[in-house]
Design a protein around this ligand. Sequence first.
Ligand SMILES: [Zn+2]
Length: 249
Amino acid sequence: MPRRASFPLALTMGEPAGIGGEITLMAWLGRAAGTPPFVAIDDPDRLAELARASGANVRGVYQFDLGRKSRTATAALTGLGKTRRILLSDTLLEGFSHEEISVVLAHELAHHGRRHIPKLIAAQAVFGTVVFYGVVFALRAWGPGLGVDRAADPAGLPLALLVLGGAGLLAAPFANSVSRAMERRCDDDALRATKDPGSFISAMRKLSRLNLAEESPPAWVERLFYSHPSISRRIAYAEAFRRESSAAA
Ligand SMILES: [Zn+2]
């Protein structure tokens, strides 16, 4: 493989889902241009105010249909630049109070304020590049012994997949711990922005019930496999926040 091709290829391999998602979203938004910028909920001003307070330059808050496919509820901040917007699932809008939605939204806005999306894309691009060079190294070092004499030989694919899979497996606990730290910070921001630990806790309980999450997984399972802190940990954190704020008042 020509050397010059390595970097862009590694870049796309590093973030296939994210970039692909952005492109799909932009295409979809091009079609849905007439969609109103804020979903029809009773208190869109409150959501808009939360967005402004977090410094988020979001285009709006949109509803997307999830209820037909699933019972889970979710909110997400998506898009880059001008396509940045907040998506709330119909299941979230139906089953949650406005205060609970505000807390969930504040959490998503915190991801935006802390620039987590570009940071994650950059980190994945770097990781993808390193792993890609690891694959090239492995093919050169062990390929000849396995009868693979060129990197372009398809017979080298199992070895390449072994390195890719192994790297992903080894990196997952580290990536998850970084992700959990980010989520924790956003929970903290959401609690500070809304000053509503009660709604945070009830939203967490509802989310965990809908998403069939295990509230208190064994610590080692959480450490290895969880991208978010466990529900019990998030609730305990909100309770500590409530104690601290009532002590300060
Ligand atoms: Zn989050």
